[in-house]
Design a protein around this ligand. Sequence first.
Ligand code: ZN
Ligand code: ZN
Length: 142
Amino acid sequence: MIACAYCGKVDSPLPSWATFFVVNDNNLCGRCAEHLEKLESPWCEVCSRPMKENGICSDCNRWESSAKWAGLIQRNRSVFQYNEWMQGYLAQLKYRGDAALADVFARNLQRIYRQQFDRCLLVPIPLSEQRMSERGSIRVRL
Ligand SMILES: [Zn+2]
Ligand SMILES: [Zn+2]
């Protein structure tokens, strides 16, 4: 029996053969998985914001018209809607160090990368010293 990676509950209190052979690829119970709102087209072609039809959202248009920000972001893809539930989920992942929660994004990010960013180089974005301290990350000195 596998407990939900987020709330710790088990979907079925009675184990069955399916419990051992059915793999839930996001390690979440059914109740938590219901909150995952996958982002899909139609959306902003730059930032993934849901829209009535494909295009560029008002924020991206505003940033492109700014001399300071123009041309900095070509395309950003988000996997899920940043709803209230996702806000709590990300807080637990980022600020309480529950790295197992990142699994929910892994398969979807791989798919998006292969479909939309093929031949692009992935570059990690470093945190500031302050953010690193807030999140309690372990620092490795080389
Ligand atoms: Zn759950
Ligand atoms: Zn946008």
